[in-house]
Design a protein around this ligand. Sequence first.
Ligand code: BV8
Ligand code: ZN
Length: 237
Amino acid sequence: MQLTVLSGAGISAESGVPTFRDVETGLWAKVDPYEISSSEGWQRHPERVWAWYLWRHYMMDAVEPNNGHRAVAAWQDYADVHVVTQNVDNLHERAGSTNVHHLHGSLFEFRCDACESQFEGVLPAMPEPVEEVEPPLCFCGGLIRPNVVWFGEPLPERAWQQSVAAVGNSDLVIVVGTSSIVYPAAGLPEAALANGIPVIEVNPQRTPLSDSATVSLRETAASALPGLLQRLPTLLG
Ligand code: BV8
Ligand code: ZN
């Protein structure tokens, strides 16, 4: 059986990583996620965008995968699992998932904004969250940026093509922890449904996908995913 898991920030919520949009807490309360995750934001004040991503990079050292990530990794013993994630964290990989496609990039890769070369240098330290840090410079003089996809930027071609193929070849798509409003990622479950592939949504809140999903579970990732495969005969009939 081929299974594709499409995950969003909600699967990392129970690891203590704030989701993208309920950012009332912490440093994020002061930033508009749309503004600070955009190329305009980067052009306007790179030192603020750089500080935000550097903090999120270091914050990953303090969190662990949760039972949701671990369940997805365990499914590899029963199915051919593709993980298509909008998340830029590395928790799927740390839980043991080996087939992970990052549609929106990663907090662990950095590149030059000018010559695109990968940054292999030493990252500046960040003992505690600060709001502005000058980005390092590339040998060509360009600014080093996080290798993430900002609004208005194209998705990485290879990850996108692999994700479209994974969904198209799947017997089941499980969509977990995403508000399903960011495209083209949010279009993947729609394509699955249009091809008669069942889609199960796991999200404590309703989303624009909830009405069209084959099954929509108002449950959290860490509670629903560990027993989900055993529930498939009941859920899908
Ligand atoms: C592109 C950067 C083209 C990395 C991010 C009008 C209509 C349609 C589309 C558009 C439009 N105008 C513009 C667009 C395109 C735009 C878009 O979709 N905008 C939306 C907002 C309308 N898309 C783009 O710009 C994309 N690029 O289209 O390029 C192009 C082509 C060629 C050449 C040039 C250009 C780029 C999109 C990527 C943007 N970058 N992030 C980072 O910093 O993380 S997106 C950002 O939102 C995050 O990365 C995240 O991945 C993404 C989605 O958020 P979610 O993961 O869903 O998180 P969210 O907080 O929203 O929701 C969490 C969910 O979890 C909630 O539902 C909650 O209920 C649930 N939850 C909470 N706790 C739990 C839980 N679930 C389970 N268990 C729990 N415990
Ligand atoms: Zn450069």
